[in-house]
Design a protein around this ligand. Structure first.
Ligand code: ADP
Ligand code: MG
Length: 619
């Protein structure tokens, strides 16, 4: 065990080096630091503004990549090549997002519904991790430019409801941007730190954090005790936010000016102008009660009271979510000690009034609501840097702990800097039909390939009942106790087969070695992630070949000879691509094979239904 600040603060990394706090938002992202006066401050590089719209544009002709405001301009003129809201896709599979896939104007690949989504831009494939990495890189560069110092370490925030895979994806995005992500912090936790709530070790409080942003709403109930933030409940709506208020205003103007809605939507330039004017009008209501404006011949007039009527039902929906969160936490309104307002849309006075009425108390709203999360992240970063001696740091694990997965990749289960004692687990499955044994190799370290990390133990889970690949469910749990002993447990859930080992990760490793491992991981971050993405693409390709070959074998009677021959051609292209090292070529081959074979599966399904129907008729 080590205290958080020591290992990284020595060696070639200087102790004074800055750690930044980053709010990687769905609509806007921003970066903050602790200034020489010891106050958290958001970075505004060359007056470009504090908020960086979370948007990436790829120029279809010269391949140039733009991030932020410059990319935002392409939202309407070049929607296929302009990626927004990528946070909604982070760490998600196609299956997770298929219900709202129409929301995105760019192409999301659906070849494998179980694995993480990819986005196709031109003939290149990007993962949400890479895209978020581009946004983080822009933030890092802005900070370096504004502060005139290298920025290599960061704390990044995520919504409290983010699962393991979404958190890991956020970490990886940081790595790709060349950042050593010291900790992933919940957005509501960061917001309360910005208000100084939770900084006092003695204080015990229950708080509600109400976060209404551009496209999403979430409310979190947190319990703070001894400096530990526990999430009691979260609730919300991932498709409710300021964008809805803007479109309500646009619809109102369309009606008042007796315009044809379909015609307006087909006119990209006009729609965009109306949308921007609506947002401007909405924001103006923070200071005035009437807006009187025109776009050409279109009157854009609105009173605040009318605006409030337009958005009332949406605002009421958020209050229902607050009630649901309280119910889940088994708390009454009276048991909430503090209410914190987060997100640009909480500037709306109706929102404030409704929230305050519901919780029956005054709100914390004097910190800028779109900066509050980044400011809190900067405070958390400062705590990790060891600059706040008034705050006790709990023992943490100095290196990540995980297991080996396909292709020799490290799958982290307990991340570095986690407080101990801690436990974490994840579910795995088999990759081959009828597989009855599973090798579990436990590693320690920050590198993406296990061969670069330190092996702690290996054992075999035997007696998995023979089932098709992907069916067995194996839970792997890591329990790290306060003495630093790690217990690894593997259980196959259907049969109850169980196996476990115990190791002491710090045994036989010096502080210097830990430091060296951390430094290596930083130096090699970019190439590590690239390698990992290549291995992931290869693994996906191999699995696809396995599945398709099996499918042809089983169903050759209902495919024509030409279809079989063509499938083999696509299979061969994929096999050839696996010999190379270009992940885009591999993804392309997977995509083509998938597109070609998809109708077969559909036909098979139709046939099965037809047979079933026939059966019924005979009866
Ligand atoms: P996210 O967390 O989703 O990235 P933000 O917290 O940055 O989003 O919130 C962005 C939203 O806040 C946008 O819809 C924007 O129009 C809205 N917003 C910003 N300022 C105001 C204001 N003064 N009044 C109303 N809405 C505002
Ligand atoms: Mg936000």
């Amino acid at each position: 065990m080590a205290k958080v600040s020591i290992n990284l603060a020595t060696g070639s990394i200087q102790k004074e080096e800055l750690i930044v706090g980053i709010d990687l938002g769905t609509t806007n992202s921003l970066i903050a630091f602790i200034n020489p006066e010891n106050n958290p401050q958001v970075i505004n590089d060359m007056g470009k503004g504090v908020l960086v719209p979370s948007i990436v544009h790829f120029d279809p002709i010269n391949g140039e990549i733009k991030v932020g405001n410059e990319a935002k301009e392409f939202l309407t003129t070049d929607p296929q090549n302009t990626i927004f809201s990528v946070k909604r896709l982070l760490g998600r599979s196609y299956k997770d997002i298929q219900n709202y896939k129409d929301f995105f104007s760019y192409k999301i690949i659906d070849d494998n519904t179980e694995s993480l989504v990819k986005i196709k831009v031109g003939d290149k494939f990007y993962t949400p991790i890479e895209l978020s990495g581009l946004i983080l890189k822009e933030l890092k560069e802005r900070a370096e430019h504004a502060l005139k110092t290298p920025v290599n370490r960061a704390v990044i925030t995520v919504p409290a409801y983010f699962n393991d895979s979404q958190r890991q994806a956020t970490r990886d995005a940081g790595k790709l941007a060349g950042l050593d992500v010291l900790r992933i912090v919940n957005e509501p936790t960061a917001a309360s730190l910005a208000y100084g709530i939770g900084l006092n070790q003695e204080e015990a409080k229950t708080i509600a954090v109400y976060d209404l942003g551009g496209g999403t709403f979430d409310v979190s109930i947190l319990q703070i005790q001894n400096g530990i933030f526990e999430v009691l409940a979260t609730n919300g709506n991932t498709f409710l936010g300021g964008d809805d208020f803007d479109s309500a205003i646009v619809d109102y103007w369309i009606e008042k000016n007796q315009l044809d809605k379909a015609k307006v939507s087909n006119n990209q330039e006009l729609s965009q102008k109306l949308r921007l004017k609506a947002e401007e009008t909405k924001k103006a209501f923070t200071h005035q009660s009437l807006v009187n404006d025109k776009i050409g011949e279109i009157w854009c007039t609105l009173e605040r009271t009318t605006f409030e009527k337009l958005i009332l039902s949406k605002v009421n929906e958020t209050i229902t979510c607050c009630q649901n969160a309280l119910n889940d936490a088994k708390l009454s309104v009276e048991q909430i000690d503090e209410v914190i307002m987060v997100g640009g849309s909480t500037r709306i006075s109706l929102v404030k009034k409704k929230v305050s009425d519901f919780f029956k108390r005054p709100l914390h709203d004097n910190v800028n609501p779109d900066e509050v999360v980044a400011l809190g992240a900067a405070i958390q970063a400062d705590i990790l840097a060891g600059n706040r001696t008034d705050i006790l740091l709990l023992d943490v694990t100095p290196l990540s702990l995980g297991i080996e997965t396909m292709g020799g990749l490290m799958d982290v289960i307990i991340t570095r800097n986690s407080k101990v004692p801690t436990k974490a687990g994840r579910q795995y499955t088999t990759s081959i039909d009828g597989q009855v044994n599973m090798k579990i190799a436990v590693y320690q370290g920050e590198r993406d390939l296990v061969k670069e990390n330190r092996k702690l133990a290996e054992f075999e889970l035997k007696g998995i009942p023979a089932m098709p690949a992907g069916f067995p469910k194996v839970d792997i749990n890591f329990l790290l106790n306060a003495d630093g002993i790690l217990k690894v447990q593997a259980i196959e859930l259907r049969s109850g087969t169980k196996q476990e080992v115990e190791v002491k990760p710090t045994y036989g490793i010096t502080d210097e070695q830990v430091e060296q491992m951390l430094l290596d991981s930083i130096t090699n971050a970019k190439s590590d992630v690239d390698q990992r993405m290549l291995i992931e693409a290869k693994t996906e390709g191999e699995q696809m070949i396995y599945t398709v070959e099996r499918f042809i074998q089983k169903n050759n009677h209902f495919l024509s000879d030409i279809e079989i021959a063509d499938t083999h051609k696509y299979l061969q292209t994929l096999k050839d691509s696996l010999l190379g090292n270009n992940k885009d070529i591999i993804h392309k081959a997977i995509d083509s094979l998938n597109e070609f074979t998809r109708p077969f599966a559909e036909r098979l399904m139709d046939e099965a239904i037809a047979v079933a129907m026939k059966g019924k008729r005979v009866e």
